[in-house]
Design a protein around this ligand. Structure first.
Ligand code: NAD
Length: 372
C-alpha cells in the first residue's frame, strides 16, 4: 500500500466476480480501509485475507494493484507471474528491466489501447474523468466567490468565469462539472475535433489558429513546436487574465506536459483567482505550481495537488476495479482457469511490457534499449 493512497484495485463486488470466474483471491489485510471496505466484506465475497505481504507477492500467479511495484518487491515475484497496474513505463526504466529480468509478465494499465472495445478496461479514462470533477471541486473550495449567477435583493452576483485548457477526458468532465455549478466556461484544446464536444457541453471554444496540430492515430495530441506553444500562450493571455478559475489538463502521451501558463499570466489574474494544474506532479502546465501543494503567486491560489481521483477514492476504486476485472475476464481461459497471455489477442499485446524475460512492447523497448 502506498502512503496516502486510499483507492483499492479490487472492491468486494469484484472479488466476488473473480472468485466466480474461478480465481482464488487473497486480499492484503486492511487494504480497503481507506475506501471504507472492511476485511469482513472481502471475506464474505469469497476472498482470503492475509497480512503476510511478502508471501502474497511471492506466491501469486496474478497480482492486481493500482501503483507500480517497488523494485525490491519485484525480486519476490514468481517467474511467469502476471502483474497488472499503472507502471509509468516511459519513465520507469529500472523497474521495467527488473520485471524483465524476473520473468514477470507486466501489464501497464496506461498502455491499454484506446479502442472502442477496450473502453471498459480504460483506467486512464476512468480515473481522469473523476480527476476532472475533483479539480472543479478544489477550485470552488479555494475561490472566494460562488460559481453560479445569483440574483438577490442584495444585488446580483455574476457567474464565475472558468477557463479549461486541454479538453480530453479530464478537461471535458471539468467543463461539464463547472457548467453544472453555473459557471461561464471557455475551453481550448489543440485537437480541433474537440471544439464540437466543448460546445455541446454549453461552453465556448477558444479558437486559436496554430497551423497544423492534428492528433495521433490513437486520438492523442501531437507535441506542438515551440513556435506553436508561443502562439497559444499569446492567444490565451487575455482569457486567463479575466478568468476567476483556470484549470489545466494538457498532456502529450509519453512526453513531459507543455508549460502553457507562464508566471506572468498567473500574476496577471485578479487576486483571489484560482489555478488548478493537473500536470503539477509530472512537470506542470503552469509555471510556479508545486506538486501536491497549494501556493500563493501574487495573490493567486495555485493548486498542484496530484492523485486527484484519490479524493473520491470510493468511486475511483469501483471504476478501477471494474477496469481490471474486465481485462482479466477478457483474457480468462475457462478451461485452464487462468489468465491467458495471448499475443494474438486484440488488446493485450498493446499493454504487455515485459514477458518471459524480454521487453515485448516495441515503443518501450526502443526507448529503454535504444537509450532514448
Ligand atoms: P491526454 O490526457 O493525453 O491529454 C489531455 C488533453 O490535452 C488532450 O485532449 C490533448 O489534446 C490536450 N492537449 C495537449 N497539448 C495541449 C496544449 N498545448 N494545449 C491545450 N490542450 C492540449 O488525453 P486523454 O484525455 O487521455 O484523451 C485524449 C483523447 O483520446 C480523447 O479525447 C479521445 O479522443 C481519445 N480517447 C479515446 C478513447 C476510446 O476510444 N476508447 C478513450 C479515451 C480517450
Amino acid at each position: 500500500m502506498h502512503p496516502g493512497e486510499n483507492r483499492v484495485p479490487v472492491i468486494p463486488d469484484v472479488a466476488k466476480k473473480l472468485v466466480r470466474l474461478g480465481a482464488e483471491v487473497t486480499v492484503e489485510s486492511g487494504m480497503g480501509a481507506g475506501s471504507g471496505f472492511s476485511d469482513e466484506e472481502y471475506r464474505e465475497a469469497g476472498a482470503t485475507i492475509s497480512s503476510d505481504r511478502n508471501t502474497l507477492i511471492g506466491s501469486a500467479d496474478i497480482i492486481l494493484r493500482i501503483r507500480k511495484p517497488a523494485l525490491d518487491e519485484v525480486s519476490l515475484m514468481k517467474k511467469g507471474c502476471i502483474h497488472i497496474s499503472f507502471l509509468d513505463p516511459f519513465n520507469e526504466h529500472e523497474l521495467v528491466k527488473a520485471l524483465q529480468a524476473q520473468g514477470v509478465t507486466a501489464i501497464s494499465m496506461e498502455m491499454i489501447p484506446r479502442t472502442t472495445r477496450s473502453q471498459k478496461m480504460d483506467a486512464l479514462s476512468s480515473q481522469a474523468n473523476l480527476a476532472g470533477y475533483v479539480m472543479v471541486m478544489l477550485a470552488a473550495q479555494h475561490l472566494p466567490r460562488i460559481f453560479p449567477m445569483m440574483m438577490t435583493p442584495a444585488g446580483t452576483l455574476k457567474p464565475a468565469k472558468v477557463f479549461v485548457i486541454g479538453a480530453g477526458v479530464a478537461g471535458l468532465q471539468a467543463i461539464a462539472t463547472a457548467k453544472r455549478l453555473g459557471a461561464k466556461v471557455t475551453a481550448f484544446d489543440t485537437r480541433p475535433v474537440v471544439a464540437e464536444q466543448v460546445q455541446s457541453l454549453g461552453a465556448k471554444f477558444l479558437e486559436i489558429d496554430l497551423g497544423d496540430t492534428g492528433e495521433t492515430s490513437g486520438g492523442y495530441a501531437k507535441e506542438l513546436t515551440p513556435e506553436q506553444i508561443q502562439l497559444q500562450r499569446d492567444a490565451q493571455k487575455a482569457v486567463i487574465a479575466e478568468s476567476d478559475v483556470v484549470i489545466t489538463t494538457a498532456q502529450v502521451f509519453g512526453r513531459k506536459p507543455p508549460v502553457i501558463v507562464t508566471r506572468d499570466m498567473v500574476e496577471g489574474m485578479a487576486p483571489g483567482s484560482v489555478v488548478v494544474d493537473m500536470a503539477a506532479e509530472t512537470g506542470g502546465n503552469v509555471e510556479g505550481s508545486v506538486p501536491n501543494e497549494v501556493v500563493d503567486v501574487n495573490g493567486v491560489t495555485v493548486v498542484g495537488q496530484g492523485n486527484l481521483a484519490n479524493e473520491v477514492c470510493r468511486d475511483a476504486s469501483q471504476m478501477y476495479a471494474a477496469n481490471l476485472f474486465n481485462l482479466v475476464e477478457d483474457a480468462w481461459d475457462e478451461e485452464a482457469s487462468s489468465f491467458k497471455v495471448d499475443f494474438d489477442h486484440d488488446i493485450l499485446p498493446g499493454c504487455i511490457i515485459t514477458h518471459d524475460g524480454a521487453i515485448v512492447h516495441d515503443t518501450i523497448k526502443n526507448i529503454i534499449e535504444g537509450g532514448a
